[in-house]
Write a protein that binds this ligand. Structure first.
Ligand SMILES: [Fe+2]
Length: 577
């Protein structure tokens, strides 16, 4: 049975293929069309899913979409009626959504086939149920508490659920305009980060701040029994777009969230690219502080309702790895399984798996053991791309490849590492990564000057061999998808100085041998040379979506000052090497 999952006309459009209950392929459209957070129809992702399954669209049994514009309709109507100025916007939004709902015609058009040949059944699933499904049905558990939070989806910002067997029972929804995602985005915009997806950057700024504004910011967000509430005076009223606009070319633009009352309280907002002042850092600090307080309050609430040691979680806010790193200190949960594509691309997997298990009542046997679900490339294809680009390269057996790359990194080189299938989700996890020595004091500046050009305050991340995690970090719960930030042990901070953030933490990737044997062995080879079972891992890209094809990797290598690139068994070095 083939189920195609989709996230379409929504940020991070994506497609996923589930074959007999197993996710065999999943990719966000941005990786293929190179438009960041693309929010149109995921034509290339659908084609890639079909190719991976060796199927035609007429072979698909079910199409599942992680969006249901009829969900929570009563709440939407209630909101529109209470805000007469919004009624016209509301009607426009409904019209746009109903045009999007003709998925059959859209798929037929994108794939150039006659719609009458398509025999699939169509399923629409509420946004946050799809998020929770994307975590629960990929987790190893038969019972868990489910939690999802983001800016908004189908008029909801937060959902709590009881997950048991094949089913997800919704316990609680927080409706718009109250949203932890909107709160975070609003403060990020105020301090000059106004692009969709910038929130992750500002998270790195928070530890540079002090507790100057925590008390004042409590006016903007306050906790109440079982939930939280925003003081709406600080926000622009919610329009038809729920905080963002999708432009005709599929790019996403944020719409200003903060009101003039923010300016009265905190002064003029920072302009993008202006100098970052202590005020901005202190606001970031207060924002992260209140976000975490509300988050732990909600998690403790869901645990009271579902007293399980296991938490499954997704939604864009679940990418807040600093908050995730404290779950085990601040709540009774002992295990957390967070979907690597916690943002909206993950809806494609969630909707498809929900259809298989909850709608079609098929048994559970799948577990997502790694995130390598995207496109991979055979050696002849890679070699022809290298030849086309007129690069000088060598082909190496596995062991010499690992030894050569490990030696280069140990000597301070910066190497692009392109292997196997592309990662699903926003993190590069050792298949589309740029690797460097984690213990060289100038490595962060080197990477920024030569390749990444990121803000000075953003840390780089460590990948660590699973067996060594507790020697280096104060927490031992694994972080296979780089979704937890933990304190680095004091005696290891010098050894990891290039990945040790200002608050002595690191956003680690735990690398287990069975999850990525080649990457594991590369880190081992590095350890044999340096004594450090860790490499610095940053995504293989430069101001663009993470590279997907060999051609993407080669052009990134050519236009940046990387020392070398290993694509499959082929190693190319810059001439000066
Ligand atoms: Fe979402």
């Amino acid at each position: 049975m083939l189920i195609l999952g989709l996230n379409l006309f929504h940020a991070d459009a994506s497609a996923a293929m589930v074959q007999d209950g197993e996710v065999i392929f999943a990719v966000a459209e941005e990786r293929l069309n190179r438009v960041r957070h693309f929010a149109g129809f995921p034509t290339l992702a659908v084609k890639a899913c079909l190719d991976a399954a060796g199927a035609k669209i007429k072979d698909i049994d079910h199409v599942a979409i992680g969006q249901d514009s009829d969900a929570n309709l009563a709440r939407k109507v209630q909101y529109a009626l209470a805000n007469p100025a919004k009624i016209l916007n509301f009607i426009r939004l409904r019209q746009r959504k109903s045009a999007m709902r003709d998925v059959r015609s859209l798929l037929a058009g994108a794939l150039d086939v006659d719609p009458v040949t398509l025999r699939f059944q169509e399923h629409h699933l509420e946004h946050h149920i799809a998020h929770i499904a994307s975590a629960y049905y990929c987790s190893p558990w038969e019972k868990a508490a489910g939690f999802s939070y983001d800016g908004s989806g189908d008029f909801v910002s937060t959902m709590m659920a009881r997950c048991a067997g094949n089913d997800i029972e919704v316990l609680e929804r927080t409706f718009l305009p109250h949203s932890l995602g909107s709160f975070y985005t609003m403060i990020c915009e105020f301090i000059g980060y106004r692009k969709y997806g910038d929130e992750g950057k500002v998270m790195g700024l928070a530890p540079y701040g002090k507790d100057t504004y925590c008390q004042q910011m409590a006016e903007i967000i306050n906790r109440r029994n079982g939930g939280f509430q925003l003081e709406l005076d600080y926000f622009k009223p919610l329009g038809s777009n729920q905080g963002m606009q999708v432009l005709p070319d599929g790019t996403v633009r944020l719409v200003r969230h903060f009101s003039d009352r923010m300016v009265k309280l905190f002064g003029e907002p920072r302009e993008p690219y202006a100098e970052i002042t202590q005020r901005d850092m202190d606001l970031a600090y207060a924002m992260q502080h209140h976000f975490e307080e509300a988050f732990f309050h909600l998690l403790n609430e869901v645990h009271r309702e579902v007293p399980s040691p296991n938490l499954v979680m997704a939604g864009g806010c679940a990418l807040n790895s600093v908050a995730n790193g404290k779950i085990f200190d601040q709540t009774p949960f002992r295990n957390a399984w967070i979907q690597p594509a916690a943002g909206d691309e993950g809806l494609a997997i969630g909707a498809a798996l929900h259809t298989y298990h909850s709608v079609l009542k098929q048994p559970r046997r799948y577990q997502m053991k790694n995130s390598y679900l995207g496109p991979g490339f055979c050696h002849p294809r890679i070699e022809s791309a290298l030849k086309q680009a007129k690069l000088r390269y060598r082909k190496l057996e596995q062991e010499p490849l690992l030894e050569t790359v490990a030696a280069r990194i140990a000597a301070g080189g910066v190497i692009g590492w392109f292997q196997g299938r592309t990662e699903w989700g926003p993190r590069a996890l050792g298949n589309r990564s740029i690797l460097a020595h984690p213990g060289l004091p100038n490595m962060k500046d080197t990477l920024n000057a030569r390749i990444k050009h990121r803000e000075w305050f953003r840390p780089f991340a460590p990948s660590i061999l699973a067996e060594h995690q507790s020697e280096y970090f104060e927490r031992d719960h694994p972080s296979p998808f780089m979704l937890h930030v933990y304190k680095i042990r004091p005696e290891k901070r010098t050894q990891l100085c290039a990945v040790n953030h200002v608050d002595d933490t690191g956003r680690l990737q735990t690398v287990a041998r069975d999850e990525n044997p080649l990457y594991y062995e590369l880190i081992q080879a590095f350890q044999r040379r340096t004594g450090i079972p860790v490499v610095l891992n940053t995504s293989f890209n430069e101001n663009e979506p993470i590279v997907c094809t060999p051609e993407d990797a080669i052009t990134c290598f050519q236009r940046t000052r990387m020392d070398g690139v290993a694509i499959g068994p082929f190693l190319a070095l810059k001439p000066e090497n």
